[in-house]
Write a protein that binds this ligand. Structure first.
Ligand SMILES: C[S@@+](CC[C@H](N)C(=O)[O-])C[C@H]1O[C@@H](n2cnc3c(N)ncnc32)[C@H](O)[C@@H]1O
Length: 241
């Protein structure tokens, strides 16, 4: 393939390629891969192993945000698709979670490291929520393809179709549903009671407002088709209608 043909085809697949900093993308991928590898490698050496699992889950989550967008929604891929710059609240929430985990490990080492059945059950539920939340979120992005965007669209694009099949026939907002339970799972495995409450309240409020905002536009874009879909399919986040 000549350089010209290659350039033409790459611009067909990724028309916004020039808007993206390939250096940022490569460094971010490298950093996520390094965190993933390092904390898997350190697993046998660290007592509070679920801290490593938490960082591994975070690196997998942010890698998949970019990868699935690049693979199945290439028109919208951007260096921000890793979703690491997800607002100051998101960074603060994870910072508070890490601090809580460290402080409680120092102040209450027996509570954090006890081999009690209760701790095992909480961690098991947490791992279940992380894996299933991640699967649901990634499946939603894969199913919606071009109709998925990390920011809520306030104007209808030509390729924006109403998605009601697959995982969207079970939950009306599967990527939010997946993220909500994934985030709760991360705090369960860290055995972080304070952050668990903060994450649940903050995320519930965030998704409650966002879904109302998003659905106003979806009703505008798709009219009665969206109304019928809304009446038929629930969301799955408690008390969000
Ligand atoms: C971050 S995505 C989240 C999609 C969806 N709320 C979910 O949780 O899977 C936001 C974009 O998806 C679009 N969207 C949401 N539900 C949709 C559907 N059922 N069909 C097509 N587009 C949808 C919205 O218009 C918005 O621009």
């Amino acid at each position: 393939m000549s350089v010209e043909t290659y350039n033409d085809s790459i611009h067909e697949i990724y028309p916004d390629i020039k808007k993206n900093s390939l250096t940022t993308i490569s460094f971010t991928s490298y950093a996520l891969g390094a965190i993933f590898g390092l904390f898997i490698g350190l697993l046998p050496l660290i007592r509070f192993k679920t801290f490593n699992i938490y960082l591994i889950s975070l690196s997998v989550f942010h890698f998949l945000e970019f990868y699935i967008t690049a693979k199945y929604n290439p028109l919208k891929v951007h260096e921000q698709s890793f979703l690491i710059n997800n607002g100051i609240e998101y960074l603060l929430a994870h910072l508070v979670a890490v601090l809580e985990c460290f402080i409680e490990n120092i102040l209450f080492p027996t509570f954090k490291n006890s081999n009690s059945l209760v701790n095992h059950i909480i961690i098991f539920i947490g791992i279940f929520l992380i894996i299933s939340g991640q699967l649901v979120r990634s499946l939603a992005m894969y199913t919606a393809k071009n109709s998925f965007s990390h920011t809520v669209k306030t104007e209808k694009l030509n390729d924006h179709k109403l998605i009601t099949n697959g995982i969207y026939s079970i939950s009306r907002h599967p990527s939010y549903f997946g993220f909500f339970y994934w985030a709760i799972g991360t705090q369960l495995i860290l055995l972080n009671p304070i952050s668990l409450i903060i994450f649940t309240i903050v995320l519930w409020n965030f998704f409650n407002k966002r879904i109302t905002f998003e659905e106003n536009y979806l009703l505008n874009f798709f009219g009665s088709d969206y109304l019928k879909y809304k009446n038929r399919v629930p969301i799955g986040i408690p008390f969000v209608k």
